[in-house]
Design a protein. Structure first.
Length: 200
């Protein structure tokens, strides 16, 4: 029994060594492909494999179209707040009137006030949802337009640069090292702003 556990331990250790060697070999082969070498039994990716990136936060802060959309969304949000505040104030005035008259109201008048109060609440909720959905739809449509503009511009930009990938980078991205040589943020911002200026 004593020897069985020793034999099993040695077998497990040997198996771990085989797995490590296999995985390490695959990593070396992958690195050769990325570096432009040729893996065994096939052709390599080549030395033309290039990746560029742009900083999404910087683009959002400096792309004129995105700034304009952001301002429009903020204006709409402010108008929604003002309308709902005005509607709420008007409803509150009506409620205050009912409170003042509550001691002299008949049962029928009290029931009518209660019915109107429920209608007011429903109308307020419906209007709030309508306005918020309108804002959400506006923002969603503009996001899609912005995404399309960026995609089309990047496609045109990359025609004579031949990047294999162009990645949008932001603070939540899992990129731990960025070579500034491949940072095309400023180029994109300049080009997108020039294109937007022409379209206005």
């Amino acid at each position: 029994m004593k020897y069985i556990s020793t034999i099993l331990s040695i077998a497990a250790l040997a198996l771990a060594g085989v797995i490590f060697f296999t995985q390490n070999h695959e990593i070396v082969q992958l690195k050769r492909q990325v570096d432009g070498g040729k893996p065994a039994g096939g052709s390599g990716v080549g030395s033309n494999f290039k990746i560029a990136y742009f900083d999404l936060d910087t683009l959002q802060a400096r792309y004129d179209y995105m700034k304009e959309v952001k301002n429009q969304a903020a204006d709409r949000d402010n108008r929604i707040t003002q309308e709902l505040t005005g509607l709420d104030r008007k409803n509150q005035q009506q409620i205050d009137e009912w409170r003042q008259k509550s001691s002299t109201m008949t049962q029928a008048e009290g029931e009518e006030a209660q019915r109107k109060y429920q209608e007011m609440q429903q109308e307020f909720t419906a209007r709030k949802q309508e306005l918020e959905q309108g804002l959400y739809k506006f923002e969603e449509e503009e996001r899609n337009k912005i995404r399309k503009r960026i995609e089309e511009f990047v496609k045109e930009y990359n025609k004579d640069r031949n990047y294999s990938y162009i990645i949008a980078y932001d603070a939540s991205s899992f990129i731990y090292n960025k070579d500034t040589l491949y940072n095309i943020t400023n180029n994109l911002i300049e080009g997108l702003n020039a294109e937007y200026k022409k379209s206005k």
